[in-house]
Design a protein around this ligand. Structure first.
Ligand code: NAI
Ligand code: MG
Length: 505
């Protein structure tokens, strides 16, 4: 493994330095005002590659959340937003996408500093996907249609009736996002809000508050009315919990852990607010005996190591047909050994640190648990010997089906590779998890693939690919991986109420 130069000589650009100094006294966006937390409290923003604190963000209290919800309610009712034409909503959303694109380098750098991921990845994955998704949603603004319904009403013989449905924005939406793709998750959440005419209180994760704040600036610059989007930074158990239980929030949309997703579901019962959840995963990667070896080795390595394994769809369980198991497992381990760790702003870096000390400890703890339960590490197996929150990319073999590392979401660069003998056996193993977010199947025999795909209980199944996401493709989980589908046409259902109108004519 190569470890690039330590981060000390890596300095933020002038644009990022200016952005940080604009918010240096701890400010977040409520209405169109940049405000400190009600009690002035802040929390540390840390560079995960060095452990150094480089900013302090406001720590929103319940009172701040209440103020943001009030601003969102006012905006929802403000004719400047409520009566905006669909075309104008679409144009505004397109303009926001243009502004993100125009500031792509700066946003990628902010994301890299805050999350630890390589800037080049943030630039060409996170930012590009955010722009593409917002443009896709801009197109939907003018296409939120109902239908006319021929009705019979047996107890009204002879009546002349006209009935139709229409879709209306659900209202004020609380949107709580995680730290693994901070900007992209914010875009996934805000796209439908801005297309259909809802308003939002967005809460980024406490590990990565910065890109949402920069996005807040761009939203005002685009010309959105005050309060359409509010950005409150703060802790999950305070600001997040208040949003989930808030009596004047009509819907909560959450991406994060299954554990917190369940808390949010309970809290939402207070006023039966609508809930959509994108939660954890333990996604299987299944390599059939006739698979292209080189393609599946590269694919399996990417499936687990992309974004340092901090991906809800990470391919964390690799099932390989016994006839090719050793070659594939060793191939993935060789790929892991070649990954260059380093600071996200170092252009040589291929994998950055994990997001936080807590996450690095959690992942290292899982590796230890795996080793003590009898697994063997073909590579990695520990934290990297340097400052920051680095964990070596790790491939474990010899894990039993009940091992902690096979059952629990690790959310780090740790793969469990296991052999299988036949299709039914691997389908059963793949489904032997409380999660059902995604899976991939690698092979060339279409009959086998078509037999396997329907057996897999997951919201997305890729064939000869993993982590291929598109704005037009619905995304979400079976089982404990969530409720609802984001993206595609499906997301409109999550952000609108259907109204039936029936008149006697
Ligand atoms: P988390 O689920 O606690 O955090 C995600 C978001 O939820 C953050 O914005 C956080 O502030 C908020 N939150 C936390 N507690 C809350 C509460 N009681 N009410 C409302 N909002 C709350 O995830 P965490 O602790 O950062 O990571 C723990 C594990 O969760 C990871 O190791 C990983 O397994 C999983 N995770 C999964 C993600 C996914 O995309 N599926 C994303 C992040 C974490
Ligand atoms: Mg948590």
């Amino acid at each position: 493994m190569h470890i690039s130069s330590q981060g000390s000589q890596i300095a933020p650009s002038a644009a990022v330095t200016e952005f940080l100094s604009r918010l240096s006294d701890g400010r977040m966006l409520i209405g169109d005002r940049w405000v400190a937390a009600a009690d002035g409290a802040t929390f540390d923003v840390v560079d995960p590659a060095t452990g150094r604190v480089f900013h302090r963000a406001p720590q929103a209290t319940a009172a701040d959340v209440d103020a943001a919800v009030a601003a969102a309610r006012e905006a929802f009712e403000n004719p400047a937003w409520a009566d905006m034409t669909p075309t104008a909503r679409g144009q505004l959303l397109w303009k926001l996408a243009d502004l993100i694109e125009a500031n792509a380098d700066e946003l990628a750098e902010i994301e890299s500093l805050d999350n630890g991921k390589a800037k080049v990845i943030a630039r060409h994955a996170d930012v590009v996907l955010a722009v593409d998704f917002l443009r896709y949603m801009a197109g939907w603004a003018t296409k939120i249609e109902g239908s006319t319904v021929p009705v019979s009403v047996p107890y009204m013989p002879g009546a002349k009736l006209f009935a139709y449905t229409q879709r209306e924005p659900v209202g004020v939406v609380a949107q709580i996002v995680p730290w693994n793709f901070p900007l992209l998750m914010a875009a996934w959440k805000l796209g439908p809000v801005l297309a259909v005419g809802c308003t939002s209180v967005l809460k980024p994760a406490e590990q990565t508050p910065l890109s949402a704040l920069r996005l807040g600036e761009l939203i005002l610059e685009a010309g959105y009315p005050a309060g359409v989007v509010n950005v409150v930074t703060g802790f999950g158990h305070i600001a997040g919990a208040r949003l989930a239980e808030h009596p004047d929030v009509d819907k909560v949309a959450f991406t994060g852990s299954t554990e917190v997703g369940k808390l949010i579901g309970h809290a939402a019962m207070s006023n039966l607010k609508r809930v959509s959840l994108e939660l954890g995963g333990k996604s299987p990667v299944i390599v059939l005996p006739d698979a292209d070896l080189e393609q599946s080795i590269g694919g399996a390595a990417n499936a687990i190591f992309f974004n340092h394994g901090q991906v809800c769809t990470a391919g964390s369980r690799l099932y390989v047909h016994r006839s090719i198991f050793d070659r594939v497992a060793e191939g993935v381990a060789a790929a892991a050994k070649g990954i260059r760790l380093g600071h996200g702003l170092d252009p040589e870096t291929q994998m950055g640190p994990l997001v936080s000390e807590e996450q690095a400890r959690r992942v290292a703890g899982y590796i230890d648990a795996g080793l003590s339960e009898g697994a063997e590490a073909l590579c990695g197996g520990r934290r990297a010997d340097r400052d920051g929150f680095f964990v070596e990319p790790t491939v474990l073999v010899g894990c039993g089906p009940d091992a902690t590392v096979v059952r629990e979401e690790i959310f780090g660069p740790v793969l469990c590779a296991m052999p299988f003998d036949d299709l039914d056996e691997v389908a059963k193993a793949a489904n032997d998890t409380p999660y059902g977010l995604a899976a991939s199947v690698w092979g060339t025999d279409l009959r086998q693939i078509h037999r396997l795909v329907p057996k897999i209980k997951a919201g997305t199944v890729w064939v000869n690919a993993h982590n291929v996401l598109d704005a037009a493709l619905p995304f979400g989980g079976f089982k404990q991986s969530g409720w609802g589908r984001e993206m595609g046409r499906s997301v409109l259902d999550l952000y609108t109420e259907e109204k039936s109108v029936c008149m006697v004519v």
